[in-house]
Design a protein around this ligand. Structure first.
Ligand code: BG6
Length: 492
């Protein structure tokens, strides 16, 4: 997304630098960008943490974690170069004096460049701290240059529409919208970005991309993992807020959006908001018809015994939190009238697999009357992860003397094209350094996405579910199958 923009000297300030995200994703991403020569010529990473760590201790900690989480191997030469850009800085999130000291430190670092560099603030902290940090940044004028200072914020952006509006309002007191980078890491995934290229870089698919030819669309994000160490966070969140409100709706937007006039970020984001606005809102008494929730009981995932969700650490014995959600959406616009978009996501599912299925309509009339039984309607599958490919399924003649048809696949495999694909965070951090907002969420996108799930969220909060209702290691509750079967469809 970033071809024509230039990198400028930047100081990256990471709040929560000793946390999980920083060690697993952020430092590995910066390190890989550095090796690829995609970091600015002058850059500094100021890592903020509460503890009184020395620089040396912190750098060793980062190095150890890079060994586990970096895409590329660590060599002593690369590490020596990279570590020189890291500074650990002890900081208390809620103390104004800490921000004043930080300001002083940033000024010192600026002299290294001989000029004031850009500042990129990364909030890798719990949502409760966003307002505190944002207020202190404002009071101490840490981000006073709207052209050069940016802030990256991790999800969740609020917990419902109202709180998202409040959060956006609060951020707007300190930052212009162009300075705010709200991350949805799914948008940085190679295969998700490829949807744009596939749809708008070819002339042969777009004419078929509507209700006349497409029967249904399915989006599945299945995970093998459970809630791991995030029990208390997840208890307050659940699959609808954690995954559907953001990742799955963003993928849906990429599949359903109208062609943008250009790749300009405002243009693409406008088209996505159009999709979100067009999603049909349902009333509370329709929720059971359009949405299904589930929670895993014990079972076996990948040959390993798995506990039930309610037995995990930090989870209430009678928890009402869903670990699985499936929803049927309709888009009330000309292109997608009456085409169901089925989305589903769950934890402790049979396998880790995220994919989009575009199911085309069956032939209106079959020329091959005798073998008509064998005709399957065309299908396009976009595998997001761990497979990263695009598969077109169609009918072909089985080689031989008789005219027998069989379904075959044509596959574009990302790995065959390029074995070493950048991680989503590499793409997104590079975009933020370059000042490209295309793959980040604008305030109206976030609010609209909350509005889409609002009714379901409220109904599920109020109504007690009979959980657990699916076995760990399965494909979710029976009702999710019924959701699509009612219309003669089935999950692929
Ligand atoms: C996060 C969710 O946003 O995405 C997690 O909070 C989820 O619950 C994760 O596991 C999935 O990301 P990925 O890249 O592993 O598919």
């Amino acid at each position: 997304m970033t071809e024509n923009k230039a990198l400028h000297p930047t100081t990256i300030i990471i709040f929560g630098a000793t946390g999980d995200l920083a060690k697993r994703k952020l430092f590995p991403a910066f390190y890989n960008l550095y090796i690829d020569g995609r970091m600015p010529k002058g850059f500094n990473i100021v890592a903020l943490g509460r503890a009184d760590n020395t620089n040396e201790y912190f750098k060793n900690y980062i190095k150890e974690n890079l060994e586990n989480f970096s895409r590329k191997k660590i060599t002593s030469e690369d590490w020596a170069g990279f570590q020189a850009h890291i500074t650990y800085f002890q900081h208390q999130l809620d103390e104004e004096s800490s921000y004043k000291n930080l300001h002083q430190k940033l000024k010192e670092l600026d002299t290294v460049y001989g000029t004031r560099g850009n500042r990129l603030f990364y909030l890798s902290i719990g949502p409760n701290f966003v307002s505190t940090i944002s207020n202190h940044i404002k009071n101490t004028s840490l981000a006073s240059d709207p052209k050069r200072d940016r802030i990256i914020i991790e999800k969740p952006f609020g917990h419902d529409k109202q709180s998202a509006i409040e959060l956006n309002g609060l951020l707007a007191e300190t930052f212009e919208e162009e300075q705010i980078y709200r991350i949805d890491h799914y948008l940085g995934k190679e295969t998700v970005q490829n949807i744009l290229a596939f749809r708008f870089g070819n002339s042969i698919f777009e004419p078929l991309w509507d209700h006349k030819y497409i029967e249904s669309v399915q989006i599945t994000v299945a995970e093998e993992v459970g809630v791991e160490t995030r029990g208390s966070f997840y208890e307050q969140t659940g699959a609808l807020r954690d995954m559907i409100q953001n990742h799955l709706l963003q993928i849906l937007c990429m599949v359903a959006m109208e062609p943008p006039a250009s790749l300009e970020s405002g243009e693409i984001r406008d088209r996505k908001v159009d999709v979100l606005k067009s999603i049909r809102r349902i009333s509370e008494d329709q929720v059971d018809h359009y949405a299904v929730r589930g929670q895993y009981g014990k079972g076996v995932v990948n040959g390993v015994q798995a506990k039930a969700y309610r037995q995990e650490e930090g989870i209430a014995e009678d928890s009402n939190t869903e670990t699985f959600a499936a929803v049927k959406f309709y888009l009330d616009n000309e292109r997608w009238q009456d085409v169901p978009f089925y989305v589903r996501t769950g934890k402790k599912m049979k396998e880790k697999h995220s994919y989009i299925t575009i199911q085309f309509k069956p032939l209106p009339h079959s020329t091959f009357s005798e073998s008509s039984q064998q005709l399957s309607a065309n299908r396009l599958i976009i595998n997001i992860q761990p497979l990263m490919d695009i598969r077109l399924q169609f009918m072909a003649k089985k080689p031989g003397l008789s005219l027998v048809l069989k379904p075959v696949e044509m596959i574009f495999d990302n790995f065959a094209c390029q074995e070493d694909t950048p991680e989503a965070y590499e793409t997104l951090l590079l975009d933020a350094l370059l000042g490209d907002l295309t793959l980040f969420m604008r305030s109206d996108q976030v609010e609209e996405a909350w509005d889409v799930v609002k009714t379901i969220q409220e109904a599920w909060q109020d109504g007690k579910a009979s959980f657990p209702n699916y076995e760990a290691g399965g494909w979710g509750p029976q009702e999710s199958i019924a959701l699509v079967e009612r219309q003669g469809h089935s999950w692929v």
